[in-house]
Ligand binder design. Sequence first.
Ligand SMILES: [Zn+2]
Length: 78
Amino acid sequence: MLNNGRARASRLLRARSTLETAMAISKELLEILVCPLCKAPVELKPDGTGLKCQQCKRVYPIRDDIPVMLIDEARIEE
Ligand SMILES: [Zn+2]
């Protein structure tokens, strides 16, 4: 009983890490998102925590897999 439960949990964890983190923001969504300030395309940060505008270097946070495209929420990152 205990062993079965543990094996299932680790399978679930693996599925979460491969699917959910990689697919949190889809390519299609990224292509339509632009910086609200300069209308330039944004790029997903390597660590997946935000979307960076290539023009003004503002980084828009991603909260619960939803990009927050608000100038007030963004911080400038060089
Ligand atoms: Zn911008």
